[in-house]
Write a protein that binds this ligand. Structure first.
Ligand code: ATP
Length: 516
């Protein structure tokens, strides 16, 4: 029976599995790592490529209204001035002067601990604030704050009833409260600074000069590369509104507090689409359709609907130009967090670039004979977030019989076949029978022309199955004595652990069907 370990353990188990089996390593590991950067190992690079390829196939190549783009990472710096990133791409930063740690103010939560006198308390007893508690955002922030408040009341030996905590984040702290809020690093108040704006773009210089005129930025999103190429793509004559441009590539954000493994990294890959529509078209329908398509697609690649939810950004928190933003949220082991964002950005970006560059971003619509700057709907997602969602949804521990039939613990990654780094493992039943090894070699050579296949002849067959289960290989094909007699193999399914006989033609047909 499949069991899922407690969430905290899932994260620990995943990080360890990723390192041990070669999915993800900390970057610059031999030098002690580099916070917020990661390296994808032999299996990780396959899986990452599979995510990008599946999304490209389904959202670009299989649609008639989409084209692709691969822009440079460094754009003309005027791009980032026009888009508003130079002035506004900031996060609120809070320093702890004692520990020298830094926190994002909107991820640092606090509450006043207020105690009310109980019935029968001496006359004149009043409701009192006995201190403040704080905690960093996590799956159990509220519970953590509650525990800390009870602990404070107990330590200070205050009698009375603890009032329900009013939890706020540091961006909402009043100036007089800042000195009273304990630092999450030290547990003591007095060391936190008021929030200040911190620009998250990484700067670099172009050419030999190191002055203001040479400053450039590593792109913090792939979207602007699409907007500044809008005219070029229109001029190719291949597209008619409504249509979209997709791009996949590296983005860099100097995140204040990278955490939760790869969830918030400083260097990551984004998969973005700008879908251009007539300003008079029904943007809400277009927006909804993209969300629905993404939900269905995630489900089809092993990120199940039951673990997904939607979060509509409240109107008052939207940027002035935004018509609406909805995030698809995923139930990560560390809490429900943004997986994929869908922003209706109106004509903001194209209009900004039109103003700044002096080049027209208007589109002439043949059908209605109207000229307009199109509006845009932007689905935007990080490859690493889909990677992590698929790993956490797929991770399970159950039991499987060993070679002697005794049940033992099994770790299995139930990845969708399209995302799994290795599609099939070819296993000769024993390694000391040359005929078996030769037949296995032959099958392996044929399969690997088309698929990523793993060949393994060492160890008991049960252990070899287990090694494949742990990395999510959907099928193992065992070459055994019946293979020599009738050309069939044992096909063993990762999830059901059922075994059946299959011939080569049926095996290739199965792979075509499941991986297509
Ligand atoms: P947040 O507010 O959480 O910092 P955001 O809402 O600004 O993030 P967007 O700019 O909307 O994020 O980015 C679009 C998508 O890119 C996100 O939904 C996420 O999948 C991905 N993404 C953003 N920042 C990171 C990061 N630091 N590491 C990995 N993926 C990221």
């Amino acid at each position: 029976m499949a069991t899922t370990p407690a969430s905290a353990n899932v994260m620990e188990a995943l990080v360890s599995l990723c390192q041990r089996r070669g999915f993800i390593f900390p970057s610059s590991d031999i030098y002690g790592g580099l916070n917020g950067f990661f390296d994808y190992g032999p299996l990780g690079v396959e899986m990452k490529n599979n995510i990008k390829a599946a999304r490209w196939r389904d959202f670009v190549q299989r649609r008639a209204d989409m084209v692709g783009l691969d822009s440079s990472i460094i754009h003309h710096p005027a791009t980032w001035k026009a888009s508003g990133h130079v002035d506004n791409f900031t996060d609120p930063l809070v320093d702890c002067k004692v520990s020298k740690q830094r926190f994002r103010a909107d991820q640092l939560f606090f509450a006043a601990v207020v105690v009310e006198p109980e019935d029968g308390a001496p006359a004149g007893a009043e409701r009192q604030t006995i201190g403040y508690v704080s905690a960093l955002e996590s799956a159990r922030t509220d519970a953590e704050l509650q525990e800390k408040a009870l602990e404070m009341k107990r330590k200070k030996a205050v009698r009375g009833k603890l009032l329900a905590l009013e939890v706020r984040d540091m961006t909402a702290a009043k100036p007089e409260e800042i000195a009273l809020i304990p630092s999450p690093a030290t547990g003591e108040p007095g060391s936190l600074t008021p929030p200040r704006s911190f620009n998250m773009m990484f700067q670099t210089y172009i050419g030999a000069l190191r002055d203001e005129t040479a400053i450039a930025y590593l792109r913090p999103e792939t979207a602007q590369g699409i907007f500044i190429n809008f005219k070029n793509v229109i001029d190719t004559g291949r597209v008619k509104i409504p249509f979209g441009i997709a791009q996949v590539g590296k983005a860099f954000r100097n995140e204040i507090n990278p955490r939760n493994f790869t969830f918030r990294s400083r260097e990551f890959e984004q998969m973005e689409i700008e879908y251009f529509i007539d300003p008079e078209a029904d943007w809400q329908k277009c927006h909804r359709d993209w969300i629905d398509d993404a939900l269905a697609w995630l489900d089809s690649v092993g990120v199940p609907r039951a673990m997904l939810s939607e979060y509509a950004h409240p109107k008052e928190k939207l940027s002035h130009y935004s018509k609406g933003t909805v995030d698809i949220m995923f139930k990560f082991p560390f809490g429900v967090q943004e997986l994929w964002g869908f922003a209706a950005r109106g004509a903001f970006d194209l209009t900004q670039h039109q103003k700044a560059s002096g080049k027209s971003m208007e589109y002439f619509d043949e059908a209605t004979k109207r000229k307009f700057v199109p509006h845009v709907v932007e689905p935007s997602v990080g490859v690493a977030r889909i990677f992590l969602a698929a790993l956490s949804a797929g991770y399970a521990e159950d039991e499987a019989p060993d070679d002697k039939g005794k049940l033992e613990k099994r770790v299995v990654l139930r990845l969708s076949p399209r995302l799994a780094p290795v599609k099939v493992a070819v296993l000769p039943l024993v390694k000391n029978k040359p005929e078996l090894v030769a037949a296995a070699d032959q099958l392996h050579a044929k399969l690997k022309r088309k698929h990523v296949v793993f060949y393994d002849q060492s160890g008991a067959i049960g252990r070899r199955y287990r090694r494949q289960d742990e990395i999510g290989t959907p099928w193992c094909v065992t070459v055994d004595f019946d293979t020599l007699a009738n050309g069939t193999f044992t096909l063993r399914d990762r999830d059901s652990m059922k075994q059946e006989r299959i011939d080569e033609k049926a095996l290739f047909a199965l792979l075509d069907e499941k991986l297509g």
